[in-house]
Ligand binder design. Structure first.
Ligand SMILES: [Zn+2]
Length: 92
């Protein structure tokens, strides 16, 4: 008896990759939208709640802080390029 196999999408799905007790990588499929399988921290309700502030001390690594630093960086680069385009005092 033969039947068509269509297991390629299933096998192509991203794998968990967590280190198992025998040292190899976990080959279970990672859960949708997560990088780990149901046994390695991908289970529903596992992990910290969204916008968990328990570990925040200074806020240096928060998304807002990252975005603020990125914004300041782009402003500084724009200012520098503008200043370089301006004629110097001797060129006048
Ligand atoms: Zn796993």
């Amino acid at each position: 008896m033969s039947h068509a196999r269509n297991s390629r999408p299933m096998q192509a799905s991203p794998r968990c990759g967590a280190r198992t007790r025998n040292g190899t990588a976990c080959r279970a499929p990672a859960l949708r939208g997560k990088t780990r399988c149901r046994m390695h921290g991908g289970a529903l309700g596992s992990g910290a709640p969204i916008e968990n502030g328990n570990a925040v001390k200074q806020g240096f690594f928060t998304r807002e802080a990252f975005e603020e630093r990125k914004f300041v960086r782009t402003i500084l680069i724009e200012a520098e390029t503008l200043l370089r385009k301006l004629p110097t005092r001797t060129e006048r």
